[in-house]
Design a protein around this ligand. Structure first.
Ligand code: GUN
Length: 292
C-alpha cells in the first residue's frame, strides 16, 4: 500500500517557516512582504483561488491587496495597473489571475509584468532562467511538487518520469525541472499529451508519473508499474447531488492506484496546498531580492 505524500502537512510546515521569517522581519522594524492579486471578471474557480491566496497571506503575516476589474475592462486599463504595480516600491510581487477575458491578450499582459515581481514565474524571462538552471521564480505547482518530493526524500536521479500534460504552467515547466541537474531532478523525462497514442505504454514504464491533464480518474492501476510514485495535479469539479452541487476529483483513480504505488498524492490535500504555499515562498524571495 502506498505511503501518502501529504501536501497539506508539508504546506503547513512551509507556511510556519515563512511565518517565523516574517516575524523576524517585523521585529527588525521592516515592513511586511506585500503580494497583490489582480482578478479580472468573476470566474467562479478564479474567485476561489484568489480568495485562498489572500487568506494564505494573512496566515503568514504578509500584506495583501486584491485589485478587481470587471470582465468588460480593457486591456489598456489592465496594463496601466500593471505598470503602476511594477513601479510601486511597496509591492514585492503580484499575480494576474488567469484566464483573462477574450478581449485581453494573455501573452502581452504577462510580458508587461516586471520579471522581478513575477511571483507566478510565468514571464518568459523567468521561464528561460528556469530552463537554464539560473535562480528564478519557479511556477508554483511544479515548485510545490519538487518541494514535496524533496521533503519526502523521493529519489528522482536516473528515474523514468512520465508527465501527462504539457500546459505552460504545469506540464512543460515540470518536464524541464525534473530533467535539470539539481535535486530533485536528473530524471529521464517523457512528456505525453492529448496526441500521444497509448499513454499507458509510457506510464507502465514510469518510476514517477505526474498527471496534469484535468480528466477525472484517468490514471488506473493497470497503467502504472508496481512501486511507482504517483503525483496527481488534476483537480476537476465533478457535478453531484451534494449541497455544493459538485465535488473535486483528481486525474488519478486513487482507490485502484494506491495499493500498487509506493507513494501517492491525495486529492484534495496533495499538490493543491503545495501550490499555494509556493506562491508565498516566491513572494518572500521577491521581498528579499534573493532571485535577482
Ligand atoms: N490560473 C490557474 N492557475 C493559476 C496560477 O497559478 N496563477 C495565475 N495567475 N492564474 C492561474
Amino acid at each position: 500500500m502506498a505511503q501518502i505524500l501529504d501536501g497539506l502537512k508539508v504546506s503547513k510546515e512551509i507556511k510556519e517557516e515563512i511565518k517565523n521569517d516574517v516575524q523576524k522581519i517585523l521585529a527588525s522594524g521592516k515592513r511586511a512582504p506585500h503580494l497583490v492579486a489582480i482578478l479580472v471578471g468573476n470566474n467562479g474557480a478564479s474567485e476561489t483561488y484568489v480568495r485562498s491566496k489572500i487568506n494564505d497571506c494573512a496566515e503568514v503575516g504578509f500584506k495583501s491587496s486584491l485589485v478587481r476589474f470587471p470582465s468588460t475592462a480593457s486591456e489598456a486599463e489592465l496594463l496601466e495597473k500593471i505598470q503602476e504595480l511594477n513601479m510601486d516600491p511597496e509591492v514585492d510581487g503580484f499575480i494576474v489571475q488567469l484566464p483573462l477575458p477574450k478581449q485581453m491578450d494573455q501573452e502581452k499582459v504577462i510580458m508587461a509584468i516586471n520579471s522581478h515581481k513575477d511571483v507566478d514565474g510565468f514571464h518568459p524571462e523567468n521561464f528561460g532562467r528556469m530552463a537554464l538552471e539560473m535562480s528564478t521564480f519557479l511556477p508554483a505547482t511544479p515548485f510545490g511538487i519538487l518541494t514535496l518530493l524533496e521533503r519526502y526524500n523521493i529519489e528522482t536521479k536516473g528515474k523514468n518520469c512520465v508527465i501527462i500534460g504539457r500546459s505552460k504552467i504545469v506540464g512543460r515547466p515540470m518536464s524541464i525541472l525534473m530533467g535539470r541537474k539539481d535535486f530533485p531532478g536528473n530524471a529521464t523525462v517523457t512528456v505525453t499529451h492529448s496526441y500521444t497514442p497509448h499513454i499507458e505504454d509510457f506510464t507502465r514504464n514510469a518510476d514517477i508519473v505526474i498527471t496534469a491533464l484535468g480528466d477525472p480518474l484517468f490514471l488506473k492501476a493497470d497503467m502504472i508499474k508496481e512501486g511507482a510514485v504517483v503525483v496527481d495535479v488534476g483537480i476537476s469539479r465533478v457535478e453531484d447531488d451534494s449541497k455544493k452541487g459538485y465535488h473535486l476529483e483528481g486525474d488519478v483513480d486513487f482507490e485502484s492506484c494506491a495499493p500498487k504505488a509506493s507513494w501517492i498524492t491525495p486529492v484534495p490535500g496533495g499538490v493543491g496546498p503545495m501550490t499555494r504555499a509556493m506562491l508565498l515562498k516566491n513572494t518572500i524571495l521577491a521581498y528579499k531580492h534573493t532571485i535577482y
